[in-house]
Structures are given as C-alpha cells and as structure tokens.
Design a binder for this molecule. Structure first.
Ligand SMILES: *Cc1c(COP(=O)(O)O)cnc(C)c1O
Length: 378
C-alpha cells in the first residue's frame, strides 16, 4: 500500500486497533422487513433507505432487501442512479422529488418515480423536454411542510394530465401517526382526495403501518422499523422488542482504562458527576465524535461485560465513563455495547435515545464516519 492509498482509503474499510466498531446485521434488516410485511399484507412496501439507510449503509441495505421489497424510497437522484447502475430493477421513489431541472432527464432515463410537492416543481416539469410516466402527488393534509394545498389538488391533477402524466399516486405524510393528534383528520382528507380522483395512495410510515391499519392499501413507506427502532419509543407494549423488531446496528467498544473514583471526587468535563462513595469506574473508547449523543446524561444505559450499567458524567469527544459497581469482573478489554446487542450485552437504542432526550433515528443517523463498519449476513 502506498502512502497515498493509506491516506485516502476510507476510514471504515478495515477495523484495526481502537476497539470501537458498528456491527450491521442485515439478517435483522430482512427480519424486520418481514415484520412490516406481516402488518401490511395487501400493501406494497417502499423500503425507506434515505439518509444512507438511516446510517446503516444504503447500498448494503438495498442489496439485503433485494427480492423482498417492492421498491426503495430515498432522497437523492444520484443515489438512485447508482442503485440502477448496480443492477437494481425495482421501483425507486424520490421522496422529495427533484431539486433542480437537470434531474428530470435522469428521472426519465433511469425510470425513477418522483414526488411532486410544489408549484416550483410543476413549472420545472412543464419546461422539461421529457417527462416521467409516474409521479407521486404530495398533498399537505396538516404537516405544513411539503405538499400542495388540498384545494389545489384538482387543478394540479389537470396540469399533470396536460403534461402527459397519467400515472399518479396520492401521497401525504402524517404529523402524528403515533399519538393521534390530527391523525384522523389527515387520513380523512387523504381518503377524500384520493377517492374523488380515483387515485391509488401512499400514506403510512412505520408508526401508521403498525398502529393505523386504516391507512394501509396502495404503498406504505416503512423506515425506522426496518432498522429495529420503534417509532413509539419505549411506550409499553410497543417497544422494539415487543414489536418483534431486532436491532440491525450494534455500536460496540471496550473498556480501555479502569480506576476507583474516591468519595467526593468528580468525573469528566465540568465534574457533573460526583462520587458519594468510592466507585469503580470504567473508561470506554466511544465519544461524541463517534456519534454517541453528547447530551446523554449520567445514568444513560450502557452494557458492560454482559451487565446493564450506566454512564457517569459528561460524554467526551473520544471517551465516556461508566459505573462498574455491578460489573465485578470488568477488566481492560471488557466488551461494551453502546446500543444494539453484542458481546457486551444489550441496550435498546430507544432506551438510550430516551435518556438523551432524542429518538433512535438520530442515534443511527449520527454514527460517525470514523467508526469502522462490520457488515454481517449481507
Ligand atoms: C422518512 C420518511 C418515511 C419513513 O418514516 P419512518 O418513521 O422512519 O417509518 C416515510 N415517508 C416519508 C415521506 C419520509 O420522509
């Protein structure tokens, strides 16, 4: 290997010595997909692989679901083109459509399905030399983010027809398929609009797919559940484990130092945790520069040598401290699971996310480039 190759080779190509790594178990991805399928037997499924498959690797995820999913949904048309060039034939949906007029020719050439959500996109389509056969018409039914106003639907449909686009699916996105505020009104609006124009629809994300069977039919768009996160967080009865979902990503590392922190002493930046008694403490090779949430407070769940423990003090860039009082056999090199399930034990990503005041989506997406990936069961 020349020096240049070493400098420019991807950081995640071969794990060496710092013990942190992310193990990605694609048999769990396929399992979770079959769980989604079980909820939505007469509904086609877009496997949502946006954001690099929620941090899991979009090309690996696409390959792992080949032969199972009805299609893939993502954001960037250049990623869709790469998937086509790698031989992927299934439908591909661009969840936000095109951002620039240059993308339209690519959408046509590579047979991509595009969302159209705005007048601006409609103008770009009208000015384009070629037009896609199939579009997803996104209507805003209450999210107030993307989509045409409901009362514009008729006029937009007419314009699409004039442009020679006849295959149209009505799409909307729920603001709260989970706790239900506004869900029924959004569903009602979508139903009416689709019914009036006799259009197929695509409504459900993971939460709606599992909790709102009335929103199924047409095509659903599960994302987080495929990666083993629960869209309901730790809601009793609806945790990932209770839903039968398995973690795909396990972030694991090892203890790299041990110490006893004396009563009255403090640990880490700001000294936010103070020992009330002499406490055995382990230092883990994982910090916020690896994607661990810096805002996780003392007490966040962490598994060490098979025992569930807790973090102590602030998360540093490259390290975090943990409590070893209930891990009597801990030593340097003991395995640690930050989230997922591995040699160190199991930590539900949703439990860590809740402790850190966030959602498991952000943990997965934030996994840093410097963490070596180990792909399993691809
Ligand atoms: C991200 C996304 C989804 C998937 O949502 P999950 O909550 O991860 O299941 C579905 N539809 C659209 C439009 C999205 O942007």
């Amino acid at each position: 290997m020349t020096t240049n190759e070493r400098v420019f080779s991807p950081v995640n190509s071969s794990p060496c010595c710092r013990p942190i790594r992310a193990r990605l178990d694609f048999s769990a991805l396929r399992h979770n997909f079959s769980v989604a399928r079980g909820y939505a037997k007469d509904t086609k499924l877009w496997a949502v692989i946006k954001a690099d498959a929620y941090g899991h690797g979009q090309f690996a995820a696409a390959r792992a679901l080949d032969g199972l999913t009805d299609g893939y949904a993502l954001l960037e048309s250049e990623v869709a083109v790469s998937l086509r060039e790698q031989g992927l034939r299934q439908p591909i949906l661009l969840l936000e459509g095109f951002f620039a007029p240059e993308e339209i020719a690519r959408i046509v050439q590579y047979d991509l399905t595009t969302v159209i959500h705005s007048k601006n996109q409609l103008e770009m389509l009208a000015a384009a030399r070629s037009r896609p056969a199939h579009v997803y018409l996104k209507i805003d039914t209450g999210m107030n983010r993307l989509g045409f106003e409901q009362q514009e639907t008729g006029a937009v449909l007419q314009q699409l027809e004039q442009l020679g686009i006849r295959q149209i699916t009505l799409m909307t996105h729920f603001a709260d398929a989970d706790t239900g505020a506004g869900f029924a009104a959004q569903l009602d609006s979508a139903r009416q609009l689709a019914g009036r124009a006799n259009l197929p629809w695509s409504l459900a994300n993971s939460a709606a797919l599992m909790k709102r069977p009335e929103s199924l039919g047409g095509w659903a768009r599960p994302g987080i559940m495929l990666y083993g996160g629960s869209p309901f967080g730790l809601t009793p009865g609806r945790t990932a484990a209770e839903l039968g979902l398995r973690p795909v990503m396990t972030l694991e590392s090892r203890l790299v130092a041990l110490r006893t922190v004396k009563a009255g002493e403090r640990v880490g930046y700001g000294g936010t945790w103070q020992a009330t008694a002499d406490t055995p403490v382990g230092i883990v090779a994982c910090g916020y520069a690896d994607g661990y949430p810096r805002h996780a407070p003392t007490g966040a769940p962490i598994a060490v040598a098979g025992a569930l423990s807790r973090t102590l003090g602030r998360v540093s860039m490259d390290m975090i401290a943990c409590d070893l009082r209930d891990v009597p056999n801990a030593m340097i090199g003991s395995p640690v699971t930050l989230w997922g399930s591995g040699e160190g034990g199991a930590v539900d990503a949703d439990a860590l996310a809740e402790a850190a005041g966030t959602i498991s989506y952000t943990l997965f997406c934030a996994l840093a480039g410097r963490v070596p990936r180990v792909y399993e069961n691809l």
